[in-house]
Design a protein around this ligand. Structure first.
Ligand SMILES: [Zn+2]
Length: 446
């Protein structure tokens, strides 16, 4: 079918489209869905990050709890040692008291003996004086020499001996007792010194244990404070995570609403487009009739023929040779995935719309060069086609096109090596990741 009327048709379509929500809005709405999805991705990854931090806090809290448990058992151990030490100190104190009492008793006994010895000494002196007074002499010998008779002498000797030896014996015994007591006192005093030194040791041990216990208790308190801080931080993170979840859901809702709005818009445009196509077809038929009537065989078509238009929903976008198919291939020595079909031909080669639809973008990009994006709605499925590297585009954003309408000329603009059409087909919308790209050969016979 001859496509020479495409320009007037496109202009008419574009004018009528003005009554509908503008396609510029639609194009930005398409990108607004992408924007929303990107926002949602950002929120999700932020939330993941926060959740990671929450589990980190949890393990930190567990660590402080374990440390506290450790400390509790250490404190219990120290307390047991302390109790034991306190008992020992009490025992030592009691022993010291007892020993001190013993020493005091010994001292008293010694004093008592000294007194007795002193008394005995006095007694002896008195006796000696009595004997001296009787005999007029200071010593026993005088007493003895003063005997008046042998009998008297014997009596005197016996008396002196008895007195002296009895007193001497008592005094010797008392002296021995005193020495023994003094020896015992020395021993007990040594015992007391030992007791006092071991009590001092125990007291220093107790002091040490007390300070250890205090340090551990302080550490426990610090861990408690640390734990409280961690719990607050965790609660903050959980709150943040909840808020991010809410945002995620909200964005999900917005995306769905936006997609529904776009689908409805596309449906309305399709209805409008069909209505216009019918009107244009009628107009065109009338014009053609007039043309054939006025001049017979005046050909004013383009320099090169467009690709023949196939029956059905789809047609090839250009005539030429398929140079690269959809799939893996090698470009400049590097393996890459080719998301479209390349068609090459020499000369001035027209590019046509692969199906009925709307131009959603016609612009220049450094990679695609002059490129046109067309959206199609076929049996309720949305498709997007992309025509890249064109030498020039003949359509503009918002324009309605019919299958086979010329949209530009094959070229070598953008990232291209030799004149060809790089053609992409998407089930759904175009994205930079090409996630919806399909092999055009599934739909089109080139
Ligand atoms: Zn290509």
């Amino acid at each position: 079918m001859n496509k020479k009327y495409f320009i007037s048709l496109s202009i008419a379509a574009a004018l009528t489209i003005g009554s509908l929500p503008t396609l510029a809005t639609t194009a930005s709405a398409n990108s607004s869905v992408e924007d929303l999805k990107k926002q949602q991705d950002d929120v999700s990854s932020k939330k993941e990050e926060i959740n990671g931090k929450i589990s980190e806090k949890n393990s930190q809290i567990d660590q402080t709890i374990n440390k506290q448990k450790d400390l509790e058992s250490q404190i219990a151990e120290i307390s047991t040692k302390l109790k034991d030490t306190e008992t020992k100190i009490a025992e030592k104190t009691k022993e010291i008291d007892e020993t001190t009492a013993k020493i005091n008793k010994l001292k008293a006994d010694i004093e008592e003996l000294k007194k007795k010895i002193e008394e005995r000494n006095e007694l002896l002196k008195e006796r000696a004086r009595a004997i001296q007074e009787k005999g007029g002499s200071a010593n026993y010998l005088d007493v003895l020499l003063g005997a008046e008779s042998f009998g008297d002498f014997i009596n005197r000797v016996t008396a002196v001996n008895t007195i002296v030896s009895a007193d001497k014996k008592i005094m010797d015994e008392q002296k021995r007792d005193q020495e023994e007591l003094e020896k015992k006192q020395a021993e007990v005093e040594k015992e007391l010194a030992d007791l006092e030194s071991s009590k001092a040791n125990l007291e220093s041990l107790k002091k040490d244990l007390d300070s250890q216990k205090a340090k551990k208790a302080e550490l426990f308190k610090q861990l408690e404070a640390q734990q409280a801080t961690l719990k607050v931080e965790k609660a903050d993170l959980e709150k943040e995570s909840d808020e991010l979840s809410k945002m995620e859901h909200q964005l999900e809702g917005e995306i769905q609403a936006e997609q529904a709005r776009l689908a409805e818009l596309a449906r309305q445009r399709e209805i409008e487009r069909k209505r216009q196509a019918e009107a244009e077809a009628a107009k065109r038929a009338a014009a053609q009739q007039q043309a054939t009537a006025s001049s017979s065989g005046g050909s004013s078509s383009a320099a090169a023929p467009s690709a023949p238009v196939s029956a059905g929903a789809w047609t090839a976008p250009a005539r030429g040779t398929i140079t690269t198919n959809f799939g893996w291939d090698v470009l400049n020595g590097e393996r890459r995935f080719h998301y479209g079909t390349d068609i090459a031909a020499r000369g001035s080669v027209p590019i046509s719309a692969a199906a009925d639809g709307y131009v959603i973008k016609s612009h220049y990009s450094s990679s695609y060069g002059n490129v046109v994006y067309i959206t199609h709605s076929i049996n309720g499925q949305m498709y997007t086609t992309v025509y890249a590297h064109m030498s020039s585009s003949l359509v503009s954003t918002g324009q309605a096109v019919n299958k086979g309408d010329q949209i530009g000329y094959m070229g070598n603009t953008g990232f291209s090596f030799g004149q060809h059409l790089h053609f992409e087909l998407y089930r759904g919308s175009w994205s930079a990741s090409h996630s919806n790209a399909v092999n055009p050969r599934q739909y089109i016979n080139f």
